[in-house]
Design a protein around this ligand. Structure first.
Ligand code: C2E
Ligand code: CA
Ligand code: CA
Length: 423
């Protein structure tokens, strides 16, 4: 077992979709082996075989033939003393009853998690089980001074993590987005919202962007091995676009690494697009002429007008995660998401939804023909070496996962029409 993931985990739930989703989530670097059972009897058999080897058990409460409360007794009978969590769609009072039962049986109940699943909550429970709740940097903005950033750049402490993107309809992996990460010798990994704003206030953003582009180009060997259809997106700040040498420099670096420009997309946020000047437009046009693709990021949060989007060679719109993640629970977020999707379709753009955390989010995008997805449900950003290990594991289950989402969408629409008929 590596020091960053759990070893063997048992997931017990009668819902095959949920099992597939939790299994995929755990195998994404959080567990080495995942055993599954769809009812208490099957789960008890697994307990008999594995009790001493298991590191964690996730268990539903409401299952046919043996409910979760009976299963808790079995867990105690078979002397499993490791951590476990109940996952249930029952109301809080039942969860609280189950918690009391687990305590009376001396079980090590790490958490009682309500459905629908929240992946941050799951991650927190897993991190707790590993005894390594991540310590966030306290007041990072104060800590990251321009000087510190300058030194870190000189020391080459920046790299790129990659977050997978998939095709909504098939689940097929289509590419990644490169996201800057700072490996600080004292504070560990620092995320971009803690240093990009500081860099953007100075000229450091230009050096930082060039640095990330070089890191991505330097991973060319990986891109060649993954295959010719794999796309890579890179973020740009508007300030960087005033550097009119940038397109030629990128061209030289990418040509040197034998990279196909048409597989690379540069993302610019909608709000940055509004701060354009003549140089920005020229640089964007030149990148496009060279064969790179352009994407509008965080779409829906700025107020770019139609002409601006139409007149520029953007081929992709990324719907902002703030309303995608709330679209299934909040009417106004859903209306914003739908309006952006409609607009993107009218403009014939490729639509990408970010912030997909729940199966329901995927299902929402599938029903509305959003082309591509990105989010923690599929995978978090990771170093290139982890990506290479993750790809075959994901590919083996991509089609199954997409079918499970499709089945869930069908179930939901049947339930909806049943409710409509009753009403
Ligand atoms: P972004 O371009 O919108 O990137 C997506 C961000 O959303 C990433 O955060 C990613 O980790 C996060 N994310 C993806 N899926 C989910 C999800 O399902 N749930 C949640 N809660 N978050 C999700 P990250 O890596 O912290 O990057 C933050 C922002 O920093 C980026 O937002 C981008 O605007 C900026 N950034 C990152 N790398 C660079 C870079 O190399 N250059 C520039 N100029 N900006 C960068
Ligand atoms: Ca982006
Ligand atoms: Ca975004």
């Amino acid at each position: 077992m590596s020091n960053t993931s759990l070893g063997q985990v048992l997931v017990v739930d009668d819902d095959p979709v949920l099992i597939t989703v939790i299994e995929a989530f755990l195998l994404d670097g959080r567990a080495e082996v995942v055993h599954t059972a769809q009812n208490g009897v099957e789960a008890t058999k697994k307990l008999v075989q594995l009790a001493k080897k298991l590191d964690f058990i996730f268990c539903d409460l409401n299952m046919p033939d043996m409910d979760g409360l009976q299963f808790l007794r079995q867990v105690s009978n078979f002397n499993y003393t490791g951590p476990m969590a109940i996952i249930s769609g029952e109301d809080r009072s039942i969860l609280s009853l189950a918690t009391k039962l687990a305590a009376s049986l001396d079980l090590n109940l790490a958490s009682a998690i309500s459905k629908p699943l929240n992946f941050d909550e799951l991650d927190h429970v897993i991190a707790g089980a590993r005894g390594q709740i991540y310590k966030p940097i306290t007041n990072p903005v104060e800590k990251v001074s321009e000087q510190r950033l300058r030194t870190a750049l000189a020391e080459q402490e920046f790299t790129a993590f990659y977050q997978p993107k998939i095709e909504t309809s098939s689940g097929r992996l289509i590419g990644v987005e490169a996201l800057a990460r700072w490996k600080c010798p004292n504070d560990g990994w620092i995320r971009p919202d803690q240093f990009i704003p500081v860099a953007e206030k100075s000229d450091l953003i230009v050096e930082l962007t060039r640095n990330i582009i070089s890191v991505v180009a330097g991973h060319a060997g990986h891109w060649h091995e993954i295959g010719p259809d794999f796309g890579i997106s890179i973020n740009l700040s508007a300030n960087v676009l005033s550097d009119i040498d940038l397109p030629n420099d990128i061209e030289a670096e990418f040509t040197g690494n034998n990279l196909d420009f048409s597989k690379f997309t540069f993302e610019l946020t909608e709000s940055q697009l509004l701060r354009q000047n003549t140089n920005t437009l020229e640089t964007l046009a030149r990148l496009s002429l060279k064969g790179f693709k352009l994407s509008i990021d965080d779409f829906g949060t700025g107020f770019a007008n139609l002409e601006m989007i139409r007149d520029f060679p953007f081929s992709e719109l990324k719907l902002d995660r703030s309303f995608i993640s709330r679209a299934t629970s909040d009417i106004s977020a859903r209306a914003s998401a739908e309006a952006c999707i409609e607009l993107g379709k009218k403009l014939d753009m490729i639509l990408v939804a970010e912030g997909i955390e729940k199966v329901e989010d995927w299902s929402f995008c599938l029903e509305r023909d959003v082309d591509h997805l990105q989010g923690f449900l599929i995978a978090k950003p990771m170093p290139v070496e982890d990506l290479r290990k993750w790809i075959p594991v994901y590919n083996a289950k991509a089609a199954h996962l997409a079918r499970a989402v499709l089945a869930m969408g069908d179930l939901q629409s049947k339930e909806q029409s049943r409710q409509n008929n009753v009403a």
